[in-house]
Design a protein around this ligand. Structure first.
Ligand code: FES
Length: 118
């Protein structure tokens, strides 16, 4: 297949908000996540030391706040790597505390099917 191949990877019904599914596409392990209604696709390899990051916990994170205050937010939007705990924004792939980012793939949803462009 060409590098721009669109592949059907799931039915929308399999991925309600908060759900994830791991799929194999072109020999790559890719994690699909429904982040509050937006389906994203992420290579299952952490940019730090290549852990299977898509098996990590989906959580929130602490938000900027004044000294002495603790604010929690973004529940369901942050992926925490299972090896060393790096946090990534599922919607952008960016690490919260580093310049590195997850490899992401374009996702389209048509007729109840989820497609990933690889
Ligand atoms: S391998 Fe993911 S944080 Fe180290």
């Amino acid at each position: 297949m060409s590098p721009d191949t669109r592949v059907a990877v799931a039915e929308v019904a399999e991925l309600p908000p908060g759900a994830r599914k791991l799929v194999e596409v072109e020999g790559k392990s890719i994690g699909l996540f429904n982040v509050n209604g937006t389906v994203v696709a992420i290579l299952n390899a952490c940019p730090h030391e290549l852990a299977p990051v898509c098996r990590g916990r989906v959580t929130g994170t602490t938000l900027p706040s004044p000294p002495g205050e603790f604010r929690w937010g973004r529940d369901g939007e942050i992926l925490c790597c299972p090896w060393h705990g790096w946090e990534f924004d599922l919607l952008t792939g960016e690490a919260l505390a580093d310049k590195r980012r997850l490899r992401t793939y374009p996702v389209t949803v048509e007729g109840g099917t989820v497609y990933v462009q690889v």
